[in-house]
Design a protein around this ligand. Structure first.
Ligand code: NAI
Ligand code: MG
Length: 338
């Protein structure tokens, strides 16, 4: 398999190069046959050439690559994030990455949060009505098609079953947002019938947030629409101990292509200082390996990452004195021990 590696901006330029030796080591140890190309998409290229996502990039990714590993996009010189939106939304839409998976790893267990990634309030349907030279009315429509909700729910339930999970919660707000809310409930209940090993429950998103923070232990799998999933998974990242730990995968189940990236952004406040936590990026790489069917090296990598994060090489965001470099040295040493 070939991987497109996009370090991007800010600490992306630090954490992605730091993660690559792990790929080389595991590739050799397990004979994975993975190659990668580093692509220079990001703020520097945008400012120099005006190009975010190059012409034909989606076709090339589809034909030649099995996955994308991305650092982060975002640069103070481009305040509207025009390049980031072109690259990220371009890949999300162009590759139809409608499943966003963000695992939340807690002492009480792992919660697999799945967020629908292409529709809902993020479809860009809406507008404004001016009033006396200002905006008088502003409208953003929430749009869901049965087709998208069905394929999303079916894929997620299958994933949960295949990974041995027994409980799944639909997060919605059907009391106040009834049309899309009821579509989600209807599809969720119908699809659950095909997964007898999964016990389903439904919660209003506000109550769910409250329960998640109070006691996350009952949750195993969570399904949510675009906006709710966005918010809920950031709460999950906070529960884990910070953005430096949260990894994500955006997948198109039909083609199998996936975009793997840390949840955090380019962190300009610490960029260039060598202290960014590479954990989330390396964990995203573990998700990539798992998705590509390499479960054993993925499991080993997770174990080594967690051990390193508990040790003295932990980066300052985790309360440690380590650096990006010393943390990765610790991970590589643990990997070599096997
Ligand atoms: P951010 O995630 O970059 O940073 C938030 C805070 O968390 C900062 O204090 C940062 O230092 C810290 N942090 C984040 N990742 C860390 C890591 N690996 N190790 C240690 N500390 C870490 O979010 P912020 O500041 O809101 O956005 C910065 C830029 O990133 C903006 O341009 C934003 O648009 C962009 N962004 C890009 C994303 C992406 O590429 N998917 C996601 C989120 C934001
Ligand atoms: Mg977010």
């Amino acid at each position: 398999m070939r991987i497109a590696v996009v370090p991007g901006d800010g600490i992306g330029q630090e954490v992605v190069p730091a993660a690559l030796p792990v790929l080389t080591l595991l590739d050799e140890a397990y004979g994975l046959g993975i190659t990668h190309d580093v692509l220079d998409w990001g703020a520097d290229t945008w400012l120099r050439t005006g190009v975010g996502l190059p012409e034909g990039a989606i076709e090339r990714l589809t034909k030649e690559y099995g996955a994308v590993l991305l650092g982060a996009l975002g640069d103070p010189r481009i305040p509207d994030m025009a390049h980031g939106r072109e690259i990220l939304l371009g890949m999300r839409r162009g590759l139809d990455l409608y499943v966003n998976h963000r695992p939340v790893t807690l002492p009480t267990g792992v919660i697999d949060i799945f967020r629908e990634n292409t529709q809902g309030l993020y479809v860009g349907v809406g507008g404004t009505v001016p009033q006396g030279g200002r905006t008088g009315v502003a409208i953003d429509e929430c749009v869901y098609t049965r087709e998208t909700v069905e394929k999303f729910v079916r894929y997620c339930l299958g994933r949960l079953r295949d990974t041995g999970r027994t409980k799944v919660t639909l997060v919605h707000k059907a009391n106040a947002v009834p049309n899309t809310g009821r579509l989600w409930q209807e599809v969720f209940r119908r699809e659950l019938e095909d997964f007898p090993g999964l016990e389903g429950s439904e919660e209003y998103v506000d109550a769910f947030c409250y329960h998640l923070v109070r006691d996350p232990s009952p949750y195993q799998g969570v399904l949510a629409s675009n906006l709710f999933g966005d918010i809920v998974s950031d709460i999950g990242a906070a529960l884990m101990g910070g953005l430096g730990l949260a990894a994500s995968a955006s997948i198109c189940p039909e083609t199998g292509i996936g975009l793997f990236e840390p949840v955090h952004g380019s962190a300009p406040d610490i960029a260039g200082r060598g202290i960014a936590n590479p954990y989330a990026t390396v964990m995203s790489l573990a998700m990539l390996l798992e998705h590509a069917g390499h479960g054993a090296p993925a499991a080993l990598l997770r174990r080594c990452l967690d051990e390193a994060a508990r040790g003295e090489a932990a980066t300052p965001d985790l309360g440690g004195k380590g650096t990006t470099r010393s943390f990765m040295d610790a991970v590589l040493a643990l990997l070599e021990r096997g």
